[in-house]
Design a protein around this ligand. Sequence first.
Ligand SMILES: NC(=O)c1ccc[n+]([C@@H]2O[C@H](COP(=O)([O-])OP(=O)(O)OC[C@H]3O[C@@H](n4cnc5c(N)ncnc54)[C@H](OP(=O)(O)O)[C@@H]3O)[C@@H](O)[C@H]2O)c1
Length: 288
Amino acid sequence: MKLAVIGSAGQVGQEFSKLVDADQLVLLTRDQIEIADPASVEACVAKTDAEVIVNLAAFHDVNGCEDDAHKAFQVNALGAFYVAQSAAKHGRKVVFFSSDYVFGQETSRDTPYLEQDQVGPLSVYGASKVAGEQLVAIAATDHLVIRASSLFGVATSKKGWTFPEMIMQRAQSGQPLKVVNDQYMSPTYTNDLVATVLSLIKANATGTVHVSNAEGCTWYEFARETLKLAGIDYDIEPVGSDVFPSKASRPSYSRLDSQRLAGFDVPAPRHWREGLQAYLVEKGVMKN
Ligand SMILES: NC(=O)c1ccc[n+]([C@@H]2O[C@H](COP(=O)([O-])OP(=O)(O)OC[C@H]3O[C@@H](n4cnc5c(N)ncnc54)[C@H](OP(=O)(O)O)[C@@H]3O)[C@@H](O)[C@H]2O)c1
């Protein structure tokens, strides 16, 4: 099945190139498509021969979205709508990537969010993703919404690093390390994420599905495990989120779990610690 991937140069997009044969992929970058422009979207979708349109394009600078809600909704909501609308018009399936940040308003939550749970974002970014999810469902019957969380992988986004890499670099350069210990999430290896999404596409899954590595931890615990597995002996100070004031509020608990993967016969991704280990092996930091 041929896939067209919008946002293919990003962190998740590069994983598609690793896992799918080149002749089954149409890699779309910003030079070819601007999702906030319906004419650009329609021209691009109309001319591709891919059966599935995967939309990874997003404005996901969470603090930046607070400063520019207009852009956040233009890209994450309206852009998602345009892509879904064109995909439906040309008889293609659309896959939209959303986020665990659609949750968070339930401040006493301490059990994983499932697909059917009520959304309630704390930030403009989260709200724009909620709107994107709903608009995609309205525009295209054949849609798959993937909620992912706290991604890490060897491929990076424009910022040039992912969380475990930043932690290792800071420790190796002797910089003091303070990491928040009051935000609990599901760290997810992009390779596992994309492998699971490809299985869902093959199974012709529709609707919303949560895809994250199993179990969860705080950012501090994630940082500590990274250094431990990488064999770097370095102290990290656990701190509260109040030590890093930021414009956007982030969920104190946003762990995801899936009740739908099994129904499509798609195995749930492994424990996040195993995903982290596989990432460190892929990066050449650990031996297999
Ligand atoms: N990263 C995470 O931890 C995380 C967690 C949960 C969900 N997600 C979601 O997963 C998806 C993929 O994330 P990612 O980490 O791969 O992001 P990324 O590395 O920033 O990649 C996104 C790609 O989309 C392109 N793009 C952005 N705006 C566009 C637009 N208006 N039109 C066309 N292309 C555009 C970007 O191009 P430029 O580089 O030129 O801007 C970039 O190549 C996103 O929907 C994100 O919200 C991410």
